[in-house]
Design a protein around this ligand. Structure first.
Ligand code: FAD
Length: 493
């Protein structure tokens, strides 16, 4: 049992929370990085009482970790990226201490039948890249300098092709995004190219590669941070400190409604194993999917808002954990599969993330299989998915020779926001209505429909706390400024 479990259990034996009258009471919905981050920073203020509600059994949301046969596992490959804002990096380092490791990235991409080191390395690239493909990249770089006609209605596909050229787009990005989002690149919005592709031109990608050369290396290039007890240890530590500073954390507690009187929020309905009850709150900060919150408003919002909630989509993901009776499967942390010949997008072996030999004779391979409820894979059993996974590994030249102990799976209903071409108009309808409900704030990856990293979710939580003024008012103008900053977040893989 973790320190956090212990504290929360003791608290659960006391009475259900009621916001105290002397302080500004804030209810936070969802204990992923955004919710826990907000609880952590709010709990350090004397003028705020904070309660955090999470339907799952642990904190961390999609960034949580858990053990399988003594191996720490994440919800797919998770790394703490050195590009995080310095103040967030410092906070994480302070909370984790020696448990936060700095590790070299050591992955591989399967491209046109060749394994290419990821992050890209100059010599490896020269040796491994098929010659025809390398020539096509060079040709695209030269042609890029020539003036081009702008596409009448830009999409992810047109923007990427103009930036990277057809060779890189068609071989790598187009199949990869089709796999991740389940839509052809021509159906995806420009936003995705801005948020997803951190090297947006061949020249920028070449610069990134050049920075791998000793002497040209920028700080943080080719390394990542990872905690000894899985990625989720980061948010566990934030949560432990939040609780130590007085935040009330309620796990296994589902939000079933957000109540309002006209355009003012009045409270919540929460359900745990014992009861469903109403709690009065005039400040509700939600990190739940924005569409889910619209549906749980009581009374419901106008029909056009509910229609918009139905229209925006999140992509799901099945995580398949293959437990093997061996010390290690490969030396690599992650394998990336951009092509459509196998449906998994990435495979990670967490023992290689923190370079541990413990436990012996066990390793776990986590596959990321983008999928949606009702689709081909969602309802398959663990055994069926395990068998398919072994077939796919065989197909990419990584046959599983060690005995398979068993397969476990986890399903993320909200893995990626889907930026299809009309998502923005629907999101704006939702966002505008939600923003008009006094006391209600929606933020975090799911709340702002933002394809982002954990450090971005933490940045949002700091921004939200910054906007809660001493008199209890929420500074909407300042929040608008912070929202403009969030638009500049670029996701790291
Ligand atoms: C496959 C994958 C790989 C990733 N890799 C990285 C990486 O390498 N590095 C990185 O920094 N980031 C990575 N991310 C992103 C990271 O996981 C997210 O940015 C982060 O978890 C977002 O935090 P959040 O708090 O906004 O949302 P979430 O983590 O989604 O948390 C939302 C919380 O709300 C809870 N909730 C939902 N509905 C209810 C309800 N009705 N009642 C109560 N609680 C509810 C959920 O259970 C969840 O705990 C990755 C994401 C995915 C999917």
């Amino acid at each position: 049992m973790s320190v956090l479990d212990d504290i929360v259990k003791k608290r659960a034996q006391t009475e259900a929370p009621q916001p105290k009258e002397t302080k500004h009471a804030v209810a936070i919905l969802g204990a992923g990085p955004a919710g826990v981050g907000a609880a952590y920073y709010l709990a350090q203020r004397d003028d705020v009482d904070v309660a955090l509600f999470e339907r799952g059994p642990r904190v961390g949301g999609n960034s949580a970790s858990f053990q399988i046969d003594g191996v720490w596992c994440d919800h797919g490959s998770h790394r703490f990226h050195p590009v995080a804002e310095p103040r967030i990096k410092e906070e994480v380092k302070k909370l984790l201490g020696d448990d936060l490791l700095t590790r070299p990235r050591h992955g591989r991409i399967l491209l046109k039948g060749r394994w290419i080191h990821f992050p890209l390395k100059p010599v490896d690239l020269l040796l491994q890249l098929p010659k025809g493909f390398a020539l096509a990249l060079a040709r695209d770089t030269v042609l890029k300098a020539l003036p081009k006609k702008q596409a009448a209605e830009p999409t992810f596909a047109t923007v990427l092709e103009q930036g990277l050229g057809p060779a890189m787009s068609e071989a790598f990005y187009f199949p990869y995004v089709e796999k991740l989002w389940g839509l052809p690149p021509s159906e995806l919005a420009v936003t995705l190219a801005k948020k997803r592709v951190s090297g947006s031109s061949v020249v920028k990608i070449l610069m990134k590669i050049a920075r791998q050369i000793p002497g040209f290396k920028s700080p943080g290039a080719g390394v990542f941070h990872y905690p000894k007890k899985g990625f989720g240890q980061i948010i566990e530590r934030f949560a432990e400190e939040a609780v130590a500073h007085g935040a009330d954390l309620h796990l296994d507690t589902e939000i079933t409604a957000v109540t309002r009187d006209g355009d003012k929020v009045t409270g919540l309905r929460v359900k745990d194993e014992n009861s469903e009850r109403s709690l009065p709150y005039s400040r509700v900060w939600s990190t739940l999917p924005i569409s889910a919150v619209a549906r749980m408003m009581d009374p419901p919002p106008p029909p056009q808002v509910l229609e918009a909630a139905k229209a925006i989509k999140f992509r799901g993901m099945i995580l398949i954990y293959l437990v093997l009776e061996t010390d290690r499967f490969t030396e690599y942390d992650a394998h990336y599969f951009p092509e459509l010949n196998v449906p998994i997008s990435r495979m990670s072996e967490t023992k290689n993330y923190h370079n541990t030999d413990e436990p012996t004779n066990r390793t776990v391979l986590c596959a990321e299989l983008p999928a949606d409820p009702g689709g081909d894979y969602w309802d398959k059993s663990d055994e069926e998915l395990g068998a398919l996974y072994c077939e796919w590994l065989d197909k990419v030249g990584l046959p599983v020779k060690a005995p398979v102990v068993r397969t476990e799976t986890r399903r993320l209903r909200f893995a990626y926001p889907v930026y299809n071409r009309d998502y923005e108009q629907h999101f704006n309808v939702l966002d505008e209505w939600m923003s008009g409900v006094e006391g209600l704030l929606t933020f975090g990856r799911q709340g702002l429909f933002a394809h982002d990293n954990t450090h971005h979710a933490l940045a949002m939580s700091i921004a939200a706390v910054d906007c809660l003024k001493e008199d209890g008012e929420f500074d909407q103008d300042l929040w608008a400024e912070h929202r403009a900053e969030f638009e500049t977040h670029v996701v790291e893989d």
